[in-house]
Design a protein around this ligand. Structure first.
Ligand code: AMP
Ligand code: ZN
Length: 502
C-alpha cells in the first residue's frame, strides 16, 4: 500500500482515497506572468509522478486540478506594463506552460481552473461571505481581511505558534491597515487601473490565497484527498488556504499535504527573482532533450533538495540512454524468428558471424534455466520498483530497480541467453515502469518528431530553391548547413529536394 509523507502530521501514512476509488487532488499551479522555470517544473514533474503512481501503480481513478493564478500583483503589473487586458497578457503564458508541460510528459490534469473564470470568482465571493457569517473577517477601506485570532488552530500546518508568528510571519505586501500584521487579505478593494469584479464582497479583486480555496471547494466539494505544491507554499499560502476553507465550511479541507523540495542552482533556490533560473527551452538550446530533463527532475526523492548542474544533465542523458539502448537490443531479440531470440537469427544472411551457441546447461533444459533467470530478474525489479514508490515515492530506489534489470538483461543478451518470450516479458515490465516514470515514451515521441518543424523545413527548402534559381549558391549552402546543424539532411535528386533526419 502506498505510504505518503503528510506535512500536516509530519508522518508517513498509508494512503487511500476517502470516497470510492477516486483520488481528489489539488496542486497549486503557476502564476502566469512569465515562462515557468525548471524549478517550478520540478514540483510539477514530481506531482505528475504522484498522479501516475496513484493511477497506474495503485489503480485509482484521478480527479486532479492544477490552477492558473492569473490575477495577483505580478500578472496585474505585467498587463499594465504591456498595455493589455489581464486575459490578453496571461493567455500566452498559459499556452507556454501547457507547451512546456507537454514537452516534459506531464499528463494533463482533469481540471485547469483559472482564477478569473466567472464560476471561480463567484465561488470566491461566496467564500468571503461565508467567512464573514462565521465571524472570521473584518473590513477596512473596502478590503476584507481574515482575522487570524478568530481561528484557534491557525498555524497547524506550518506548526507556528500564535505568539511566534507575530515576529516571523511574512507580512502581506498589500497593507491597507490591518488589525494585526498576521491577518491576511481575502478581497482587495479596487484600485484605479486595476481589474475589478463584484462577486458579492464589494468591487475589488481576490487575494491569492482565496483563489485556491474557492476553486478547490467548488471543484471537489468535500475534503481533498491530497493537496500538493512546492515547499515554499506551506506558509503562508497553504496555511491560509486551510484557514479560509475550514473557517467557512467547518470541515477538514485536505487530508494529506504533499510538498516538493526545491530545485537549487549552486546552493541557491532557483527563482526568477534571483536570476538563476533556466527554462525548458534553455535546456533544449544546450542540446539536451526534455525527456532527459524530466528524468533529472524525478530522479531524486521529492523531499530532498536537488542541485541543478550541467554535469547532472549529462548524467541524466546517459542514464536514459542506457535504458533506451537496452530496449533497442531487446527489440532485436523480439524481432527474431522462433523462440530462440538472437540465437535464432544466427543463420540470417545479414547477421554478422557470431560465436557458437553455448551448450545447454542446468537441469530441466536451457529454456527453463534461462526463463528462471530473466523471469526472476523481472519479478525482483517489479517488486522493488513497487516497494520503492509505495515508500513515499522513492523514485531514486525505483530507478535503481530498473537499472538492476537493465544490467541483468544486457548480460543475458551478451551471453545470448535470452529468448523472444523473455525479451517480450522484459519489454512489458519496462513499459509498466514507464507508465509511472514517463521518460522512455517521451523520448520515443521526441525521436518520432523531426528536430525542426516540418513547416519550417519545407519553407527553407523553398528558400534554398529560390536562392539557387537566382544563382546565390552561398545562401543556398548556408540553408543546407544550418539545417544539417539542426539534424536535418537535404538530398537533391531529379524530382526535387527531399529531407531526412541525420
Ligand atoms: P509560482 O508560479 O511561483 O506560483 O510557483 C509554481 C510552483 O513552483 C509552486 O508550487 C512553487 O512552490 C514551485 N517552485 C517555485 N520555485 C521552485 C524551485 N526552485 N524548486 C521547486 N519548486 C519550485
Ligand atoms: Zn494555491
Amino acid at each position: 500500500m502506498l505510504r505518503l509523507y503528510n506535512t500536516l502530521t509530519r508522518r508517513e501514512e498509508p494512503f487511500a482515497p476517502l470516497r470510492d476509488n477516486t483520488v481528489r487532488m489539488y496542486a497549486c499551479g503557476p502564476t502566469v506572468y512569465a515562462r515557468a522555470h525548471i524549478g517550478n517544473f520540478r514540483t510539477f514533474v514530481c506531482v505528475d509522478v504522484l498522479r501516475r503512481t496513484l493511477k497506474y501503480l495503485c489503480g485509482h481513478a484521478m480527479h486532479e486540478a492544477v490552477n492558473y493564478t492569473d490575477v495577483e500583483d505580478k500578472t496585474i503589473a505585467g498587463a499594465l506594463k504591456a498595455g493589455q487586458s489581464l486575459r490578453e497578457f496571461t493567455d500566452p503564458w498559459i499556452a507556454a506552460f501547457r507547451e512546456d508541460s507537454a514537452q516534459l510528459g506531464i499528463e494533463a490534469p482533469e481540471e485547469t481552473p483559472r482564477a478569473t473564470d466567472l464560476d471561480n470568482l463567484t465561488a470566491m465571493g461566496e467564500l468571503v461571505l461565508a467567512l464573514e457569517k462565521n465571524g472570521h473577517t473584518y473590513r477596512r477601506d473596502g478590503s476584507v481581511y481574515f482575522r487570524i485570532a478568530s481561528l484557534p488552530d491557525y498555524g497547524k500546518l506550518a506548526r507556528l505558534d500564535h505568539a511566534g508568528m507575530k515576529d516571523g510571519a511574512r507580512v502581506d505586501v498589500d497593507e491597507y491597515g490591518k488589525d494585526d500584521p498576521r491577518d491576511f487579505v481575502l478581497w482587495k478593494a479596487s484600485k484605479p487601473g486595476e481589474p475589478s469584479w463584484d462577486a458579492g464582497a464589494g468591487p475589488g479583486r481576490p487575494g491569492w490565497h482565496l483563489e485556491c480555496s474557492a476553486m478547490a471547494l467548488r471543484l471537489f466539494g468535500g475534503p481533498l484527498d491530497i493537496h500538493a505544491g512546492g515547499i515554499d507554499l506551506i506558509f503562508p499560502h497553504h496555511e491560509n488556504e486551510i484557514a479560509q476553507s475550514e473557517g467557512a465550511t467547518k470541515q477538514p479541507f485536505a487530508r494529506v499535504w504533499v510538498h516538493v523540495e526545491h530545485l537549487f542552482v549552486e546552493n541557491e533556490k532557483m527563482s526568477k527573482s534571483l536570476g538563476n533560473d533556466f527554462r525548458v527551452a534553455d535546456i533544449i538550446a544546450r542540446g539536451h532533450r526534455a525527456s532527459a530533463l524530466r528524468y533529472l527532475l524525478l530522479s531524486s526523492h521529492y523531499r530532498k533538495q536537488l542541485n541543478f548542474t550541467w554535469a547532472g544533465m549529462d548524467q541524466a542523458e546517459e542514464s536514459l540512454r542506457r535504458i533506451v539502448d537496452c530496449l533497442a537490443r531487446l527489440e532485436d531479440v523480439s524481432g527474431g524468428t522462433g523462440g530462440r531470440g538472437i540465437n535464432g537469427r544466427g543463420g540470417g544472411p545479414s547477421s554478422p558471424p557470431g560465436p557458437p551457441e553455448p551448450p545447454p546447461s542446468g537441469v530441466g533444459g536451457p529454456s527453463t534455466a534461462r526463463g528462471a533467470t530473466i523471469g526472476a530478474s523481472i519479478d525482483t525489479a517489479q517488486r522493488m520498483f513497487r516497494e520503492a514508490l509505495e515508500c513515499d515515492l522513492n523514485t531514486a530506489a525505483a530507478l535503481a530497480a530498473v537499472f538492476d534489470l537493465v544490467r541483468d538483461v544486457n548480460a543475458a543478451i551478451d551471453a545470448k541467453q535470452i529468448d523472444r518470450d523473455e525479451a517480450d516479458a522484459v519489454r512489458a515490465a519496462m513499459s509498466g515502469f514507464d507508465q509511472v516514470l514517463g521518460v522512455v515514451s517521451l523520448r520515443r515521441a521526441e525521436d518520432a518528431r523531426p528536430p525542426v518543424p516540418v513547416d519550417e523545413i519545407e519553407r527553407l527548402i523553398e528558400e534554398r530553391k529560390t536562392a539557387r534559381q537566382q544563382r546565390d549558391f552561398a545562401a543556398a549552402d548556408r540553408i543546407r548547413h544550418e539545417l544539417a546543424d539542426r539534424g536535418i539532411l537535404l538530398e537533391d535528386n531529379a524530382g526535387g529536394t527531399r529531407w531526412k533526419r541525420k
